[in-house]
Design a protein. Structure first.
Length: 269
């Protein structure tokens, strides 16, 4: 649950339609994308990830984990391919067309995997170690890879639990951050920049942590936004600043902040 809340907090919303496209059909959105709107393409693909996962799970007759299963990556690539190939003159819906493309690519993937497993059995890779024991490097690699994935998930969860504990000292519940997260990408990126500025200033961070509150007056001297903006986004800024400054390597990596979006400019009022 904490992982889900964290994703929503960072704005990785998965509604079937973005705010800017509520009144548009998938077909209309695809036409705009084909005309060269790259940002809309990224948003459209993000919004429809749950749909892609549903189609993939139905094809595989099991739950497909978007974070782990190769089938989801194949399907997501097929969905992007469908955007390029769709023609409204064909007289069919985009979602119906995309499902056909996804199924074709998954069938190709399954056939390829079956051919590989039939032609090259795992036993082919078996070797003897220094103690004359039979080992299989492929199986060992898969076991290590699975262990690393599980370890990473546990460490991310541990970081979120610790962050949740720190936030509670500021009177902030992790669930509050979902509503506190700005809905617009440019606003969210600007607030990331403000939080990073705060995290780099040792004196401001000490003041924030000691008083358990955002040092608004002092922060206004360093950022070009209004007091109202800082007050309204207090919870979000505190949380992100703690992530930047604290022992949270996985969460920092998850932020994916580009340097040109970290200036803290043009926050929507």
């Amino acid at each position: 649950m904490l992982l889900v809340l964290f994703k929503k907090f960072l704005g990785k919303r998965q509604a079937h339609h973005s705010d800017s496209a509520d009144a548009q059909t998938p077909e209309q959105i695809v036409i705009l994308i084909q005309e060269g709107d790259l940002r809309l393409r990224n948003q459209f693909i993000t919004d429809y990830q749950p749909y892609v996962a549903k189609v993939t799970s139905r094809f595989c007759k099991r739950y497909v984990d978007p974070a782990r299963d190769d089938e989801f990556s194949i399907a997501l690539g097929a969905f992007n391919e469908a955007i390029n190939q769709f023609s409204p003159q064909a007289g069919r819906s985009f979602l119906g067309f995309s499902e056909q493309v996804i199924r074709r690519r998954l069938i190709d993937y399954v056939r390829k995997e079956q051919r590989f497993s039939q032609q090259i059995p795992y036993s082919t890779f078996e070797v003897e170690d220094e103690e004359d024991n039979i080992v299989n490097p492929i199986e060992i690699h898969q076991a290590v890879e699975q262990y690393e994935k599980q370890k990473g998930m546990e460490e991310r969860r541990s970081e979120i639990i610790d962050l949740n504990r720190c936030l509670s000292e500021f009177g902030i519940r992790f669930g509050d951050l979902v509503d506190a997260s700005p809905k617009h990408d440019d606003s969210r990126q600007a607030l990331f920049g403000i939080a990073k500025t705060l995290s780099k200033d040792g004196e401001l961070m000490r003041l924030m942590i000691s008083k358990r509150m955002l040092p608004i007056k002092e922060l206004l001297a360093q950022v070009k936004v209004s007091r109202k903006t800082l007050e309204r986004n207090r919870k979000f800024i505190i949380a992100v600043a703690l992530i930047y400054q604290g022992p949270y390597p996985y969460l920092r990596d998850y932020l994916h902040i580009r340097e040109d979006h970290e200036k803290g400019e043009d926050v929507r009022e």
